[in-house]
Write a protein that binds this ligand. Structure first.
Ligand code: 13P
Ligand code: SF4
Length: 315
């Protein structure tokens, strides 16, 4: 296969920008947290790279003065909730998440009134004010465990309907689904996956639980982004079809270079909106500092803290 090489000027610029970020990071006593879906060059400036759960744990633990988030806004908000005394930076406000925007406080109040005995489990892909109204948060890595830990028989699960359906298959509790979805995962289709499987019959399929059920049924392993490298390393297969956002294959190729990863994927424009020049600007001018009202921090902290406690108990 023909390899497309980046022009030398672009490579030089990237190297200069990385050097500058690393200098600024030291000057500001900053820590840079990077999600698995980010552009590959962002991995080179990271103090920690991981999934939503790992990033939350890292944000809670750091003793840096500044936390810079290369991810999306709800992740940076979670960092602010866990470390309210620190400066939390998000290099661009384009780094939103349309799934998180599908759950609003007004709608949640209505659903809660309809199901007064149900617990509210919010996926971390929600805004901080929705978390503050929730009993507990979860990520794709611990959603089943979180739901099964609750004494309630009914659970309002929001906002991802595909993850909610997946959880329903692993619990006896009644899951009240929210009609939200991640457009990146929801549009991945079973027909294309079938074609891939026919072309590469020995490849194992790893899928994110934000994908539709018919696709998950065709998969060998279902997990959040944090579990993908672990599975690829421990499984005996050489080839894997990765069913999630494209950036994950960059990360897998880096972490497990001895295996092959086929990209069955779409790009998340929110995740890809963070770039090295924006990180430089952010560290120089504090763009954009995340702030949250005190009562939202207090409420969201309870919900996130409960989730972290469960994951710690399981560790
Ligand atoms: P993970 O928690 O698996 O990293 O997923 C985050 C996300 O945004 C998936 O679309
Ligand atoms: Fe949100 Fe989907 Fe992008 Fe994840 S991949 S940040 S859920 S839009």
């Amino acid at each position: 296969m023909e390899q497309r090489l980046a022009p030398q000027a672009l490579i030089d610029d990237t190297e200069k920008l990385i050097k500058l970020v690393l200098e600024l990071k030291k000057q500001r006593n900053a820590v840079i947290l990077v999600h698995n879906y980010q552009r590959p060059e962002m991995f080179r400036i990271a103090d920690y790279i991981g999934d939503s759960l790992g990033l939350s744990v890292a944000a809670a633990k750091t003793d840096a003065d500044v936390i810079l988030f290369c991810g999306v806004k709800f992740m940076a908000e979670t960092a602010k909730v866990l470390s309210p005394g620190k400066t939390v930076l998000l290099p661009t406000l384009d780094a939103g998440c349309s799934l998180a925007d599908m759950a609003t406080v007004g709608k949640l109040r209505q659903v809660k009134a309809q199901y007064p005995d149900a617990a509210v489990v919010s996926y971390v892909n929600t805004t901080a004010d929705v978390k503050a109204l929730s009993d507990i948060c979860c990520t794709s890595a611990n959603a089943v465990e979180v739901v099964n830990s609750l004494p309630h028989n009914q659970v309002i699960f929001l906002p991802d309907r595909n993850l909610g359906k997946y959880v329903q298959q692993h619990t006896d509790k009644e899951i009240i689904l929210w009609d939200g979805y991640c457009f990146v995962h929801d549009k991945l289709d079973a027909e294309t996956l079938m074609e891939f499987k026919q072309r590469y019959p020995d490849a194992k399929v790893i899928a994110h639980p934000e994908c539709r059920d018919e696709l998950l049924k065709l998969s060998d392993h279902i997990c959040g982004t944090g579990g993908m490298a672990k599975f690829a390393k421990s499984d005996g297969s050489k080839n894997f079809i990765v069913v999630t956002e494209c950036g994950m294959t960059d990360k897998l190729r880096q972490d497990v270079p001895e295996k092959n990863f086929l990209s069955f994927c779409n790009v998340c424009p929110y995740m890809k909106s963070t770039t090295l020049p924006l990180v430089v600007r952010s560290l120089m001018h504090n763009t954009h500092e995340i702030t949250l009202p005190e009562e939202i921090i207090k409420g969201a902290r309870k919900a996130i803290g409960r989730m972290l406690q469960i994951s710690k108990n399981a560790a």
